[in-house]
Write a protein of this length. Structure first.
Lengths: 436, 423
């Protein structure tokens, strides 16, 4: 077997890649030979998350719609098993950790441990390939997930986040929480789960990323031998419904009354991605993150201003990527909502970046690429992010960062359009902390 | 990994030499006896110290300086460890061989400036910084009730015993905040610098002599030598379990149960207790998780944590509205079963595996390594390898003996109610 060896450039690290006959892509990031660390990290994931609610199920030919929240529900249900031993028990026996996460774009099953690597990997590949859904265990899970949803709804920050997404997107499934809604959760059936499972939990739609105290050859052997038992073949492409999300927001303003002490603001500025000069998604993301860091990070004048004038207590800024749409999101605990909004608008209308600041952050980012190589878990996470976002490994981040320049930055800045926005305010009728 | 401890008079310097990391990590611990009235001041102080100093006049200037030093990462945390209030100020930066000569020393200078050269004029902290921290802190304290999980924990502990140190709110108190001035904060700052116990840890691929000299030169602290206090909190008196219910607008109930640990020996506290808790509610294979969540679908999160220095175990869970008492009855039965020795050997083995894995996990993070040495320093606990050996030898009888010393103190339910405010 000849594995592909990939050098992570400028950070002195090698990783290995192999695609099995059944289509599973495996990436291995071993510790250096002299390392005494014993931990290993597995991430076994599928390119299936809350964004996919309509698709042609495997073995059928009709586009079918499924209740929202089903990817997350499925993730919970994968921890059922026909045997007495369930994944949580199994991993507890070796003192290892197992968990799973559903995002809009993926569902990932993770295991961390430092003993019995072979058994633990075999079992991960086995339980994720062994669904066991019954009417009874589906009903039980509806209770648990409803509590998870209730816990989230008790959090006003989450409520603001959930509402802004509903008011921003007309078609994109970003408009519904990853968990779904209480009624969509209750609508999920055993058959729905099997349809989703059989379509997306296929090796050619999945990846396995492994890091830490492991040897590449051993991993490939374990994966090949374990998956052989399931007779999995490479699939044709899965037909998934794509949405052409309109640029216009659904609802520009909404106020929700809750028992909060400060106003919780969520703001989204929707833009058309086609208007940006950079077509390379990786590079565009680097520039967008650089804007967040420079214009809204701890070294920004904006943050200093809102801090000194007590306009907001906490605030977060990021870009959300929804296919043809790019949304600039703001979340803030506002202490003076009218002034904060006015200052934000002014600031956004005049965004500016100096070359020396850009160069300084480049240095920061390069340092963090080097530091990351000390932590096998960070490397695994970073590779998984690349796969989910770009469907490939980016092995030259340091080069890409070095290549960033002020001319391109200014072009990106010019392409930002903050004219189309939605605002959600979670507020208390007599809010004690507003300092007007 | 080589560990060296040096008594530098006013403080101990601990050097952990290892090539496991490309970074050098420095952590300075300040600690003093936990007094309720100092918690808020102490939090305020570390917030204001992280905003800048006489050398870095604003947060922007400070952040830029940190970035110029190849993103040196500086942070501060406050916590209570038993009878101590403990503040850790830390620095993590790439080793000079990956950056440039003197980058590490310059990073130390920056940390040094934040600690020893605060922005103070006329014996008072800078007014603008003071107001900034004050407003932010006030908003945080006011928002406390919004986080139902944390709020329930705080109330549950206060209802357990509002006189005991175990109930002190780590986040601080609004009424204490209102008493803080930029002058009395500076007084408190001087107290901390002069009187706190100090330990300095340096971890990385470093030379012992060089580090000793550079720390001695840059950290000229003159603390008075004091008698250490006992970190262990006196166990709470056991009487009949109390049930306390409070209402809040919420989609679910939040349950907190405090369990007294009576007359534990040091051995029991360090060994059987860890295993008992792992079995009870330590993870996703624990009894709480499997009975309350998996079998009865009453909750999404449910777990228990041992606060060994507080002589307490705390059970926390988010429970389906109006079903908390069902959960409580299940939990009571679990505790009873443990007391009666109904423990599968299998569960004990799992708890041991869990523990030994946690030990091997320590070297995955420089901060975890430092923390484990700090606990040896502070509490005199066994070193890692001794711990591993002793833990593996704990018997079922020892766990049952411990289970008999566990008694419910308080059952606190933050009940969800509908009320108005719904959209």
């Amino acid at each position: 077997m000849i594995m592909e060896k990939i050098e992570l450039k400028n950070v002195d690290k090698e990783i290995y890649r192999e695609v099995l006959d059944n289509g599973l892509e495996i990436i291995i990031i071993p510790n250096s030979k002299s390392s005494k660390k014993k931990n290993y990290y597995f991430n076994y994931g599928t390119y299936y998350g809350a964004l996919i609610n309509e698709f042609v199920p495997k073995g059928k030919n009709k586009m079918t719609s499924f209740p929202s929240g089903i990817a997350h529900f499925l993730e919970h249900k994968m921890f059922e098993s026909k045997d007495d031993i369930k994944p949580f028990d199994f991993y507890a026996k070796t003192g290892s950790y197992v968990n799973a996460f559903t995002s809009y774009k993926s569902t990932c099953y993770v295991v961390t441990g430092n003993k019995k690597m072979k058994e633990n990997l075999e079992y991960l590949l086995t339980f994720v390939n062994n669904p066991y859904f019954t009417d009874e265990n589906v009903k039980k899970e509806q209770g648990i997930i409803s509590e998870e949803a209730a816990m989230n709804d008790d959090n006003p920050d989450y409520l603001a986040y959930k509402t802004i997404n509903k008011n921003l997107y007309k078609l994109s499934p970003y408009n519904t929480p990853i968990l779904g809604t209480i009624s969509s959760i209750k609508a999920i059936t055993k058959n729905d789960l099997y349809n989703c499972y059989n379509t997306f939990y296929r090796p050619s739609n999945m990846f396995l990323v492994v890091g830490g105290a492991v040897s590449p050859d051993e991993i490939i052997k374990i994966a090949t031998d374990t998956l052989k038992r399931f007779n999995l073949e490479k699939d044709k492409e899965i037909k998934v419904k794509h949405y052409k999300e309109p640029v216009k927001v659904v609802k520009e303003y909404e106020e929700i009354t809750r028992d909060v002490q400060v106003d919780k603001l969520a703001i989204g500025f929707k833009m058309e991605k086609a208007k940006f000069p950079l077509k390379n998604k990786v590079i565009l993301d680097l520039y967008l993150n650089m804007i967040i860091s420079l214009c809204f990070g701890a070294s920004s004048n904006f943050r200093e201003m809102i801090r000194k004038r007590h306009l907001a207590n906490k605030s977060g800024y990021y870009f959300q990527d929804a296919d043809n749409i790019l949304t600039f999101m703001v979340e803030a605990d506002s202490l003076n909502t009218p002034v904060y909004l006015k200052e934000l608008e002014n600031y956004l209308a005049n965004l500016k970046i100096e070359e020396e600041d850009l160069e300084r952050i480049k240095k920061v980012w390069i340092s963090s690429e080097v530091i990351k190589t000390d932590y096998a878990d960070s490397l695994v996470d970073s590779v998984v992010d690349d796969l989910i976002n770009y469907r490939k490994i980016i092995n030259n981040y340091v080069e890409l960062i070095k290549g960033m320049n002020i001319t391109t930055m200014n072009q990106v800045l010019k392409s930002l359009d903050f004219s189309n926005k939605a605002i959600v305010k979670v507020t208390n009728e007599n809010n004690p902390l507003q300092n007007n | 990994m080589d560990y060296i401890k040096k008594d530098l008079g006013a403080y101990n310097l601990h050097i952990i030499k290892t090539d496991l990391y490309k970074t050098i990590t420095v952590k300075i611990f300040f600690r003093e006896k936990a007094l309720k009235e100092n918690i808020t001041k102490r939090n305020f102080l570390s917030r204001i110290m992280m905003l800048g100093s006489n050398d870095y006049k604003s947060k922007v200037e400070l952040t830029k300086a940190e970035q110029d030093l190849y993103a040196v990462n500086i942070s501060g945390t406050n916590r209570r460890i038993g009878n101590y209030l403990d503040t850790g100020l830390s620095l993590k930066v790439l080793h000079d061989k990956y950056t440039e000569p003197e980058n590490f020393e310059k990073s130390l200078d920056l940390l040094n400036s934040l600690i020893f050269n605060p922005k103070v004029t006329n014996n008072a902290f800078d007014e603008v910084d003071f107001d900034t921290v004050y407003e932010e802190y006030k908003a945080d304290l006011n928002s406390l009730v919004e986080d139902k999980l944390t709020y329930a924990l705080i109330r549950g502990l206060e209802k357990t015993d509002d006189k005991s140190v175990i109930s002190y709110r780590g986040i601080g108190y609004l009424e204490d905040l209102e008493k803080i001035t930029k002058e009395n904060l500076y007084e408190y700052y001087k107290e901390v610098i002069k009187h706190d116990f100090v330990d300095i840890f340096v971890l990385g691929d470093v030379d012992e002599e060089y580090i000793t000299n550079v720390i001695r030169e840059k950290f000229k602290i003159n603390t008075f030598k004091k008698q250490p206090i006992n970190a262990l909190v006196t166990p709470l008196k056991s009487s009949r379990p109390k049930i306390v219910k409070e209402k809040v607008i919420s989609e679910q109930d939040n349950l907190v149960i405090t369990l007294n640990l009576n007359n534990l020996t040091d051995y029991e506290r360090n060994y059987p207790l860890s295993l008992y808790n792992a079995i009870l509610g330590g993870g996703s294979e624990s009894l709480l998780f499997s009975e309350v969540r998996e079998k009865n679908s009453l909750s999404y999160y449910i777990s228990s944590t041992p606060n060994k220095l507080d002589n307490l175990i705390i059970i926390r869970g988010g429970i389906t509205k109006d079903r908390s008492m069902d959960a409580v009855n299940i939990i009571k039965k679990i505790l009873k079963d443990l007391e009666n020795g109904k423990i599968d050997d299998d569960r004990i083995e799992k708890a041991k595996e869990y523990y030994t894995s946690a030990i091997d996990d320590i070297i995955e993070s420089p901060f975890q390594i430092i923390e484990s040495y700090y606990m040896i320093e502070l509490l005199g606990v066994d070193d890692i390898e001794t711990k591993r050996k002793k833990m593996l030898k704990v018997t079922k009888d020892e766990i049952i003996a411990l289970a008999k010393k566990v008694k419910i103190n308080t059952i606190y339910i933050l009940e969800g109610s509908d009320d108005n405010g719904k959209n």
